[in-house]
Write a protein that binds this ligand. Structure first.
Ligand SMILES: Nc1nc2c(ncn2[C@@H]2O[C@H](COP(=O)(O)OP(=O)(O)OP(=O)(O)O)[C@@H](O)[C@H]2O)c(=O)[nH]1
Ligand SMILES: [Mg+2]
Ligand SMILES: [Zn+2]
Length: 364
């Protein structure tokens, strides 16, 4: 095994393989010899990264070269650490290729995505029975998840508060086109074992969802001990209260790696256009029958999408959700290009083009 002089801040019993390291990573890392060590980012606090390595963890900064390139390691990234005995610190000098990535568009920097978490196999989209349950919001999360490359699963938490959790799940299944919908109660433990198939050792799972739906409560249950603070108020409203403020990766009792996220209000639709195509394949297919290639599916003549709504084969609410997401996406992109002042004028023009772009990403 690799010998190192790295000063571990904390010991743990896990090997690199337990952290999700594969032969692919080994190959990518093989060009580094000597004072280099591989690790996986568990947490980032501004300019300090907590990196899990074989049998322990270290805190590290990043190299000037990475900073110059704007390449900031994200939670879940596999990285190359350089030991600096002269200063007694470690430094991240490289990020190994990412299998999947959660990104949001960065306004003002064309084409630049800000990666917020990397190498996630499965995304648990956590919602809660009661006020949070909202098909439109779930479609938004689905678009983000699809764009990341990870496999989405919808979790309805707080099923103990629902009169009929099964029919709630059925309702969501109708908007989620084949994605599993699993009702659980993180508090009572009911149904939590149905997540087992997604939690095999060495795989990485991210929890996303609005503040207060119970993401950290679920982590605590799966860890078997309280590792995360949870909200203590009974009447939790998700307006501006965030209990979890830092993204962090945990190693579950069963060996899976799970990332707890702050309530995802901060994540816009970003560059999730491919995700929209995956979430609304039916609408994009219909759109191919529209008379105009830049049809917005509003009042245009010969619109096949509106025709489907009129015929009752496409729900008007679903089309509305699609259009809302497309508008948001067009808005985000334009904000980067032309700034806010001129934006309102341009807003409507951009939407037709955006729909064509999304159509092109279909089937990638
Ligand atoms: N009744 C019920 N309450 C739950 C359940 N899971 C979580 N809660 C409660 O919901 C509240 C919010 O839970 P958290 O785990 O802090 O929510 P979170 O999603 O991590 O929120 P942020 O960290 O702000 O994003 C707490 O008061 C929990 O006790 C559940 O299954 N049933
Ligand atoms: Mg939390
Ligand atoms: Zn149309």
């Amino acid at each position: 095994m690799r010998q190192s002089t790295f000063r571990c801040e904390e010991q743990h019993p896990y090997t690199l393989e337990d952290l999700g390291w594969t032969e692919e990573h080994e190959r990518a890392f093989s060009k580094y010899t000597g004072r280099y060590l591989p690790g996986r980012v568990a947490c980032r606090q501004k300019t300090v990264w907590e990196v899990l390595i074989d049998s322990g963890s270290v805190t590290a900064g990043i190299s000037g070269a990475l900073r110059k390139l704007g390449r900031f390691p994200a939670v879940g990234d596999f990285v190359v650490l350089l030991d600096q005995p002269e200063t007694g610190t470690s430094r991240i000098v490289d990020i190994l290729p990412q299998k999947t990535r959660f990104a949001r568009g960065t306004p003002g920097r064309e084409g630049a995505d800000q990666v917020i978490a990397a190498n996630i196999d499965t995304v648990l989209i956590v919602t809660a029975a009661g006020h949070d349950l909202n098909a439109r919001r779930i479609e938004r999360y689905l678009a983000i998840a699809h764009a990341s490359g990870a496999r989405p699963v919808i979790v309805i938490n707080k099923s103990d508060l629902a009169d009929d959790p099964v029919s709630l799940a059925d309702e969501l299944t109708s908007v989620s086109s084949g994605i599993p919908v699993i009702p659980i109660s993180a508090v009572s433990g009911e149904g939590v074992d149905r997540l087992d198939p997604y939690l095999s050792p060495g795989t990485t799972i991210a929890l996303i969802g609005s503040s207060g739906v119970g993401k950290s409560t679920l982590i605590n249950r799966l860890m078997g001990r309280p590792v995360q603070d949870t909200s203590h108020t009974r009447d939790y409203d998700d307006k501006g209260r965030h209990t979890t403020t830092v993204r962090q990766l945990f190693i579950l009792a069963g060996g899976a790696l799970m990332i707890d996220n702050p309530g995802l209000r901060e994540v816009g639709i970003g560059t999730a256009s491919a995700g929209i195509a995956d979430t609304f394949p039916d609408i994009l297919e219909l759109a191919e029958g529209c008379r105009f290639s830049d049809c917005r599916h509003e009042l245009e003549p010969g619109c096949a999408v509106q025709a489907a709504v009129a015929a009752g084969t496409l729900s008007a609410a679903r089309l509305e959700n699609f259009q809302r997401l497309v508008q948001e996406l067009a808005f985000e992109r334009d904000k980067a290009e032309i700034g806010l002042v001129q934006l309102e004028k341009k807003r409507w023009k951009a939407i037709g083009k955006m729909q064509r772009d999304i159509g092109k990403t279909k089937g990638r």
